[in-house]
Design a protein around this ligand. Structure first.
Ligand code: NAD
Length: 289
C-alpha cells in the first residue's frame, strides 16, 4: 500500500476487544484512499478499563472520531457530550464524531440494516416485521426501524434472565417512537407463526446458525416461511445460514448480514467525512473477507 501519511493526516480509531479479525480498517482505509481523504483508520485492542482516557484522547489528538465494538458500546455512552436520537434509545454507540472537541455518539447498525433492505428491494415502512433476538444488534434494528416508520415489530426472545429487562426497554422504545412493539417468548410457536403470517420481513438477530453449529436455526418450523415473506439474517459467517437456505427453498427473498456490516461502516464514514462511501469499491473487500 502506498504510504501517503502526512503531517495533516487525521486519525480514526477502532476500540474493541477482540478486534484483530475486524474488516473495518480495510473498509475505511480503502474508502479514505479512494476519495483522497487525508485520514487513517487504526484498530486498538481495548476493553472498558482505559476507555475514559482513550475517549478523551479523541479530543486531545483532534481525531476525526472513532468506532467502538464490544465491550465498549454501552460503556462509552456516559462519556459523550451528546448522543443521536437512536443512540439515546438504544443506550449504546458504535461511532463517535469529534467536532472541535465536542463528541457525539451515534449507533449506525440500525441504519446499516435499513439501508441493506433497499438492496433486497424490500420496503417495510408502514408495515410489520417479526424479529428474533433482543440483544445489541436486535435493539439497534428495532430502534431504527421504529424511528423510520415501521408500524409494528413482533420481537421473540428466549425467556432468560434478561426477559423482563428487555420488556421494559421495548416498552420505553414503543412509548418514545409510537411503533407498536411487543415481546414474546420464542418457545411460543403458534404466536410466532401468526406474527410471521402478517409480516413483510422476518429477521434473525441472534447468533444462532453461526459457526460451528451450522445446522442450528432460531426457528424449528420452517413451514411458517412462504414466498411472500422476506428473510434477513444478521449473520454473515457463514454467508448462508440454515435459516436462509430453508427460506430460499420456500421461494422467499433472503439476505445475510454483509450489507448491514457494509452500510453501518458507510454511515460512520459519512458522519466523519460528510462524503458518501464509494460502496462498489469497498464491497469487494467485504465479500472476499
Ligand atoms: P447479544 O449477545 O447482544 O444478543 C444475542 C441475542 O441472541 C440475545 O437476544 C439472546 O437471547 C439471543 N440468543 C443467543 N443464543 C440463543 C439461542 N440459542 N436461542 C435463541 N436465542 C438466542 O449479541 P449481538 O451483539 O446482538 O449479536 C447477535 C448476532 O448479530 C451475532 O451473530 C453478531 O455477529 C451479529 N451482528 C451482525 C452485525 C452486522 O453488521 N451484520 C452487527 C452486529 C451484530
Amino acid at each position: 500500500m502506498e504510504n501517503k501519511i502526512t503531517g495533516h493526516t487525521r486519525l480514526v480509531g477502532l476500540y474493541a476487544t477482540p478486534i484483530r479479525h475486524s474488516v473495518s480498517p480495510m473498509i475505511q482505509n480503502t474508502a479514505f484512499q479512494a476519495l483522497g481523504i487525508d485520514a487513517v483508520y487504526l484498530a486498538f485492542e481495548l476493553g472498558t478499563d482505559r476507555l475514559p482516557q482513550v475517549i478523551d484522547s479523541i479530543r486531545n489528538l483532534d481525531m476525526l472520531g472513532a468506532n467502538l465494538s464490544m465491550p465498549n458500546k454501552m460503556a462509552a455512552v456516559p462519556l459523550m457530550d451528546d448522543l443521536s436520537e437512536a443512540a439515546k434509545l438504544v443506550g449504546a454507540i458504535n461511532t463517535i464524531v469529534n467536532v472541535n472537541g465536542k463528541l457525539t455518539g451515534h449507533i449506525t447498525d440500525g441504519t446499516g440494516f435499513m439501508r441493506s433492505l433497499k438492496d433486497m428491494d424490500i420496503d417495510i415502512i408502514g408495515r410489520k416485521m417479526t424479529l428474533i433476538g433482543a440483544g445489541g444488534a436486535a435493539t439497534a434494528i428495532i430502534v431504527q426501524a421504529a424511528l423510520d416508520g415501521v408500524k409494528e415489530i413482533a420481537v421473540y426472545n428466549r425467556r432468560d434472565e434478561f426477559f423482563e429487562k428487555v420488556k421494559e426497554k421495548l416498552t420505553y422504545i414503543k412509548q418514545q417512537t409510537g411503533c407498536n412493539i411487543h415481546l414474546h417468548d420464542l418457545e411460543n410457536e403458534s404466536e410466532l407463526a401468526a406474527d410471521v403470517k402478517d409480516s413483510t420481513l422476518l429477521v434473525n438477530a441472534t447468533g444462532v446458525g453461526m459457526k460451528p453449529d451450522l445446522e442450528a436455526a432460531p426457528i424449528s418450523d420452517f413451514s411458517i416461511i412462504t414466498k411472500d415473506l422476506a428473510v434477513f439474517d444478521v449473520i454473515y459467517t457463514p454467508r448462508e445460514t440454515r435459516l436462509l437456505k430453508e427460506a430460499k427453498a420456500r421461494g422467499a427473498k433472503t439476505a445475510n448480514g454483509l450489507g448491514m456490516l457494509l452500510y453501518q461502516g458507510a454511515a460512520a464514514f459519512e458522519l466523519w467525512t460528510g462524503k458518501e462511501m464509494p460502496i462498489e469499491t469497498v464491497k469487494s473487500i467485504i465479500e472476499n473477507s
